[in-house]
Design a protein around this ligand. Structure first.
Ligand SMILES: Cc1cc2nc3c(=O)[nH]c(=O)nc-3n(C[C@H](O)[C@H](O)[C@H](O)COP(=O)(O)OP(=O)(O)OC[C@H]3O[C@@H](n4cnc5c(N)ncnc54)[C@H](O)[C@@H]3O)c2cc1C
Ligand SMILES: NC(=O)c1ccc[n+]([C@@H]2O[C@H](COP(=O)([O-])OP(=O)(O)OC[C@H]3O[C@@H](n4cnc5c(N)ncnc54)[C@H](O)[C@@H]3O)[C@@H](O)[C@H]2O)c1
Length: 465
């Protein structure tokens, strides 16, 4: 089959490249070996947030005198999760792709040469696709499996098992201190993992401002999660015929549990994608320039987790919009270097919300990252519990905000909020940081009273306006 654009991987990034390419008048084929919609729709963003929502709401309710929640109906929560992931049925997404219109080709895609992709279906049927203009790798990522003795034999859980859980284990050990570990430990603990142990070799949420991990650690401990920082796992044991898993730690102690969830990061999914057939190293991430093109090629692109820029759905979709539009411009022989045709957001520090209680939301640079870039930095912190709107949300509100200002330009280059529900505050920060809005202009963006957004006014006052 000959088409203008072949996309390998129908996750959020791949689907969006196809969408933009077709919108620009090109034809597209999308290759998918598992479920159209990708990891995000079935095993990552969507189910994890469906599992976290009851925990978040119960925590909110517990902070308001006069209200209480009953015990959680786990079956109902899991049923809502199943609805959110369409029971692992991708027909809705397939319909979306076909309506673009683009062809969805089921099977494993593999580069076999310049502009050539071979697709092997589950029944062994092989389809050959030839791209007139571009091949886009959008194969996503897979969990990193640490080389801990005994781990592989102990049948650990990764994100898929955790997010599609049918029976919540009573005793759960989670390895890792990143976003997946924190979100899933909190969700599963609230859904019945009575004994939840979180094993972290450093601190929590290492890519954010240090106070984000510290405030979250306090909250996890308060909720009864056994958080152990500064520990590493020496070995893992589990009888071949089943039974509990034993995790032996560097401090000589051991933890026994029903399941072990490994959340130690993700790596680009490039296994058997045929990179070497076009002269690339068979390793990820696949490096790209700001038009999402692989250096040295005029037809090969990579978007989403596979290029390693920022492993976030919204950033993958942003890259996909850039990529699709660039391919359209280049195919038409039009200028391909307009401001909308280059990725300028990834390097600035992607917006991200961690959906724990408290939530942690950040965009741009941390104070340390800004200093490392040689900026003359001023850091402004504010205790969010002092904002009237936060006080009114509930008793015992804990939260903190930080604005990192580039003093030479008097613009915010990084903003972090930690507190219940602060994720919805983030987009204002994303606009301010992306548009490089000077503080003296932000001063005239008056936040409504008594909304938690008043923290913006407080940050500016702290700065000295
Ligand atoms: C538990 C968890 C929670 C998360 N929560 C969030 C969140 O709340 N917000 C957020 O922004 N991000 C979140 N993420 C990250 C997010 O899931 C990823 O950034 C996103 O899925 C990446 O999209 P993608 O299209 O690049 O890849 P994917 O979603 O991984 O899709 C890639 C697709 O390519 C297919 N594929 C791979 N190789 C081939 C091949 N050779 N041939 C054919 N098909 C192939 C795969 O089957 C898959 O469908 C979370 C991740 C995890 C693990
Ligand atoms: N809400 C969200 O936006 C969201 C939610 C989940 C995941 N994601 C994205 O998915 C990606 C993957 O998430 P993640 O949490 O798996 O990765 P991560 O990179 O965020 O965290 C990995 C953690 O594992 C630890 N680790 C690594 N190797 C280890 C080892 N051998 N032993 C012990 N600890 C080890 C690291 O120190 C770190 O704490 C991230 O980029 C994340 O941003 C986003």
């Amino acid at each position: 089959m000959d088409v203008d654009v072949v996309v390998i991987g129908a996750g959020p990034a791949g689907e969006n490249v196809a969408g933009r390419a077709v919108r620009g008048g090109l034809s597209a084929a999308v290759v998918e070996e598992h479920l159209a919609g990708g990891e995000c729709s079935y095993y990552a963003c969507i189910p994890s947030k469906a599992l976290l929502r009851p925990m978040e709401l119960a925590a909110e309710v517990s902070r308001v005198p006069g209200l209480s929640t009953g015990p959680v109906d786990v079956a109902a929560v899991l049923a809502r999760r199943d609805e959110a992931i369409s029971g692992l049925d991708d027909s809705g997404q397939v319909e979306w792709v076909e309506k673009l219109p683009a062809a969805l080709v089921r099977g494993r895609g593999r580069l076999t040469g310049p502009r050539e992709v071979e697709v092997t279906a589950a029944d062994g049927t092989v389809t050959r696709l030839r791209a007139r203009h571009a091949v886009v790798l959008a194969t996503g990522s897979v969990p990193v499996v640490p080389g801990i003795p005994g781990l592989a034999q102990a049948r650990p859980w990764f994100n898929r098992e955790a997010t599609t859980v049918r029976q919540v284990p009573e005793r759960l050990v989670v390895l890792g201190g990143g976003v997946v570990a924190c979100e899933m430990a909190q969700a599963l603990h609230a859904l019945g993992a009575r004994e939840t142990t979180l094993l972290v070799r450093g601190g929590l949420l290492g890519r954010m401002e240090p106070f984000a991990g510290e405030l979250l650690a306090d909250s996890l401990r308060k909720s009864g999660i056994d958080l152990r920082t500064g520990v590493s796992v020496e070995r893992v044991e589990r009888p071949v015929d089943g039974g509990p898993v034993t995790v032996r730690l560097s401090d000589g102690s051991a933890v026994e549990a029903d399941e072990l969830l490994v959340a130690t990061g993700r790596e680009a999914a490039v296994g058997d994608v045929g990179l070497e057939s076009v002269g690339l190293a068979a390793e990820g991430p696949v490096e790209v320039d700001d038009s999402m093109r692989v250096p040295g090629f005029d037809w090969l692109y990579a978007v989403g987790d596979v290029n390693g820029r920022n492993l976030l759905t919204h950033m993958g979709k942003y890259q996909a919009r850039v990529c699709g539009d660039v391919i359209v411009a280049r195919a038409a022989g039009e200028p391909d270097d307009g401001p909308a045709l280059r990725d300028s957001a990834d390097g600035r520090g992607a917006p991200q919300v961690v959906f724990t209680d408290p939530q942690a939301a950040s965009v741009g640079l941390t104070a340390q990252a800004a200093r490392d870039q040689g900026m003359d930095v001023r850091v402004v912190d504010y205790d969010m519990a002092s904002v009237a709107g936060a006080y009114l949300l509930g008793d015992g509100y804990v939260g903190r905000a930080r604005m990192v200002v580039d003093e030479s330009r008097k613009v915010p280059v990084g903003v972090t909020f930690v507190g219940p529900g602060v994720g919805e505050l983030l987009h204002a920060a994303t606009i301010a940081v992306t548009a490089e809005v000077p503080l003296e202009k932000l001063w005239h963006a008056v936040p409504s009273f008594p909304a938690v957004s008043e923290v913006w006014l407080r940050l500016l006052e702290e700065y000295g306006l």
